[in-house]
Design a protein around this ligand. Structure first.
Ligand SMILES: Cc1cc2nc3c(=O)[nH]c(=O)nc-3n(C[C@H](O)[C@H](O)[C@H](O)COP(=O)(O)OP(=O)(O)OC[C@H]3O[C@@H](n4cnc5c(N)ncnc54)[C@H](O)[C@@H]3O)c2cc1C
Length: 495
């Protein structure tokens, strides 16, 4: 006997839970199937969080789901060459030369205005390359109007920098240094592009769309966020099941008919939304036999080489920076000397080597005594593979860089947990362990995300939708793909 449901969502990461919450509010009671033994996806649980800083959450989605979760502003700390700590909160800088602070603040305000003008594009499906429905034209017109609001000079400036590289922007506007490192990290974190790669200003703008560039942490952190999302699903009649990996998406009469779990259990449903990576969903779970050859070719060609490793250091006491500044739960620490150092780390990784001096961001969870570090530009498939020796080498290099900023660091470390991009790939079933489930670059963005012909969430087999980070607008804990994907599925049902 097989069970029948109204809708199935594959994956209980935050996007799966946002999508499920939205369907449930429209009285379609979804069953969310999660392969792992806990919900939250890369937000994780108390034992390990791949993604410790849910800064980019869109308040619009929380409102649409009727979730009242206040958010707390966070500051980013970066060390200056003299050892003094520079503190950046939103667009305000403290702790450095006034001229440097003013140059940064001016640029940050300008970028925040441009990001705001683009933000509407993230809250709805991307414009289609061949569609010209009234709804699409209206949506394009709205974005056009917002862009016009930048004025002629602002619009010209946006067009000039949007496709350029962040290193040039830094050199031209603020000069390279610790504040340049911060912008270079925000523009490249999670991707396989260095600050000199074209198109790296766009990811920076993307990250500035939520809260005008001010990083906000939901009160109670990731735990409270996951709990609030799951509770909305369940109170509206949905169900979340863990330890339930989906093996196949079933098709009957050219439309989706349900899923088959790895256990062999069959669950029938006319609607399936997947937050697994696009390639995994389409080529492994659905199968190329249901897709045309060109579609399959483009899907196979998707770039998704992950380049971020995660390390958790259990500490015996709260860490302090060289000038005595204590790292608190409302700080993010960026460890990179300048944008050139970020580029140097990328240079090693692009040839499958470990950077001699890894660059990273970190946050401190005082309750658990954990320093959580995301080290950027660590290749998923390094030359020679992930041997024990290489893992130790990475750990040592990361510790060495942290110790430059936190002098007592090696004395504070009680234990270390390392997840290479390959470990993340295996644990979360994400190709390359990629932050965005697929590279966030110009030929995989907007109407080309995840790849040309597959945008708009709706897949070629009726009833199947993508709504994870691989879909428009991309990754980070924003909720946008889950929200947009669920809306596309609801619109599909009305058709
Ligand atoms: C090292 C690292 C650090 C990061 N840090 C941050 C950060 O600090 N802040 C931030 O905003 N973003 C961060 N990110 C990015 C962020 O974690 C992702 O963009 C985000 O989690 C994507 O959400 P999602 O719900 O689409 O997918 P995921 O969070 O990946 O969730 C997908 C879920 O689907 C499940 N699944 C997959 N296949 C199946 C299957 N066959 N059957 C059932 N379930 C399945 C997976 O187990 C997973 O739980 C980080 C990413 C990485 C790799």
């Amino acid at each position: 006997m097989s069970e029948a449901r109204e809708a199935i969502i594959i994956g209980a990461g935050h996007n799966g839970l946002v999508a499920a919450g939205l369907l449930a509010r429209k009285e379609i009671r979804p069953l969310v199937l999660e392969a792992r033994d806990h919900i939250g996806g890369m937000l994780g649980d108390q034992s390990f969080r791949v993604s410790p800083m849910p800064f980019s959450l869109r308040p619009e989605f929380l409102r649409a789901l009727d979730i009242d979760l206040p958010a707390v502003p966070m500051a980013t700390l970066v060390a200056s060459p003299s050892g003094k700590t520079i503190r950046v909160s939103g667009n305000r800088v403290e702790g450095c030369d006034t001229a440097d602070a003013e140059a940064y603040e001016q640029l940050a305000r300008r970028l925040a205005r441009q990001a705001e003008a683009l933000s509407g594009m993230l809250l709805r499906p991307p414009p289609s390359l061949d569609g010209n429905s009234f709804r699409e034209l209206l949506s394009l017109a709205r974005t056009g109007l917002k862009l016009r609001g930048l004025g002629k000079t602002g619009l010209r400036d946006l067009l000039r920098i949007a496709l350029s590289n962040v290193h040039d922007l830094i050199d031209d506007e603020i000069g390279d240094g610790p504040l340049g490192a911060l912008l270079a990290m925000d523009a490249t974190l999670g991707g396989a592009m260095g600050p000199r790669s074209p198109g790296t200003v766009l990811p920076l703008l993307y990250r500035m769309t939520a809260n005008a560039g001010q990083r906000m942490m939901p009160a109670g952190g990731p735990t409270a966020l996951v709990k609030a999302l799951a509770s909305k699903v369940e109170t509206a009649g949905g169900e979340v099941r863990t330890n339930a990996p989906v093996k196949r998406i079933l098709v009957e009469d050219d439309r989706v008919a349900g899923v088959c779990l790895e256990s062999g259990e069959i669950i029938r449903a006319p609607l399936v939304l997947s937050t697994a990576a696009p390639g995994t969903t389409l080529l492994e779970m659905l199968g190329p036999e249901y897709l045309d050859a060109e579609f399959v070719r483009r899907c196979r060609k998707m770039a998704s080489a992950g380049m971020v490793a995660r390390l958790d250091f259990e500490l015996s006491a709260a860490p302090a920076l060289a000038d005595g500044t204590q790292l608190t739960a409302s700080d993010r620490l960026v460890i990179a000397e300048n944008a050139a150092a970020v580029e140097a780390a990328f240079n090693a990784a692009k040839y499958r080597g470990l950077p001699e001096r890894p660059v990273m961001e970190a946050c401190y969870d005082a309750g658990r005594g954990l320093l959580s570090v995301s080290a950027q530009f660590i290749p998923c498939n390094p030359e020679g593979g992930w041997t024990k020796v290489l893992r130790l080498k990475l750990e040592k290099a990361v510790k060495g860089e942290i110790a430059r900023i936190i002098p007592d660091f090696s004395k504070l470390v009680l234990s270390t947990v390392l997840m290479t991009p390959q470990d993340i790939e295996t644990a979360y079933r994400v190709p390359g362990g990629h932050w965005h489930h697929g590279e966030f670059r110009i030929d995989q963005l907007l109407m080309l995300r995840p790849f040309d012909g597959a945008s708009n969430y709706r897949m070629p087999v009726e009833g199947l939708y993508l709504c994870g980070a691989g879909a428009h607008p991309g990754g980070d804990i924003s909720g946008a793909p889950g929200f947009n994907g669920a809306r596309a599925a609801l619109a599909g049902r009305r058709r």
